[in-house]
Design a protein around this ligand. Sequence first.
Ligand code: ZN
Length: 422
Amino acid sequence: MLTWPAVPVPAIPGRGGPVLVRDTSSGELTVAAEGPVARVYACGVTPYDATHLGHGATYVAFDLLVRAWRDSGLDVTYASNVTDVDDPLLERADATGVDWRELASQQTALFAEDMTALGVLPPDVYVGAVESIPAVVDAVELLLATGAAYRIEPEGDVYAAVTLVPGFGAVSGLDHETRLAQFAERGGDPQRAGKRDPLDALLWRTERPGEPAWDGRSLGRGRPGWHIECAVIARDGLGTPFDVQGGGSDLAFPHHEMSGAHLVALTGDVTARPRVHVHAGMVGLDGEKMSKSRGNLVLVSQLRADGVDPRAIRLALLAHHYASDWEWTHAELATAEARLETWRAATSGNGGPAAEPLLAELRAALAADLDAPRALAAVDAWAQHSLAGPADGGSWDVTDPATEGAPGVVARALDALLGIRL
Ligand code: ZN
């Protein structure tokens, strides 16, 4: 699948240190990648109602990680997917009378435009569910052959015996009742007759009347389950174990628990799960989580169509720590627009406070669990100082290279580290 265009990331003086993130499984701050390579998989969208601000916040968060890693000199590979065939997409296509392929391609294109506008660097590995089908069929055949999966007759659907996989449950750390509830709520089918365990995950759904289907060789015609799709794309694109599995916090269970279990079963290696799981919080509106099913979405594309500067949208997202749950209000945009104006004025001046202390603080903030609000506060302080002028009330000394070149260095750092191109 084609990604959106890459943009050049400007070079800036110095280098960042190791980036710590909070691992969902352990609850601890941990080094996101030991280096010299760094590999992250951020689960992509199901393209039927893209891109709401919850999505925007999630992908901006993992973009910060990629930028901080690159700044620290790591060789970064970022992988993602597009679930361009799945139940919610087919249901939306049915409900609106649009061909599911058309809906998926329109929404995938819109998502790419939104990511471009938000300054999110494109993934290095970007694979659609439909593209992944031959590799998924191989994987499901392997799991059947090793006894890690079984069929339910008469349909012939294939399920993974995930609860028997060593370490199952470690990613999300939930008790059994909560797992069952979240599985039912988030696309699982605990009641399906014939399953050996209610939590077993669908790997291959055989063809049903009116549903799209592909050649599954020994599996029969059908389509892939969601968790195996991500497991296969991640395994093939990044290798195992990779460093960071990311996504919204509603993916911790079942999605990341299941895809992690699939990686272990596929490789026969109990250490094949991603080393670290990082989850972005939920963005709410009017007291509820923003979601398609609740119909309370604020779309990035709608804000753009209303004339909002996408850099202000990105700044509004960065004003909240990625892991927190927060409520969107339109006042967020006014604050972000004012900040953008201030930063632009401060970086276009003739001289300013030295850039190095700010660069150090930006790097320290990102290294401390991608603390974007702390980074924004540091830029605000520099910008205020820049606009106010030196303490003696005069002008910045433009014969001193440290102050003369500071606005340019800061502007490049905001671009490279925060993704805000002024
Ligand atoms: Zn995924």
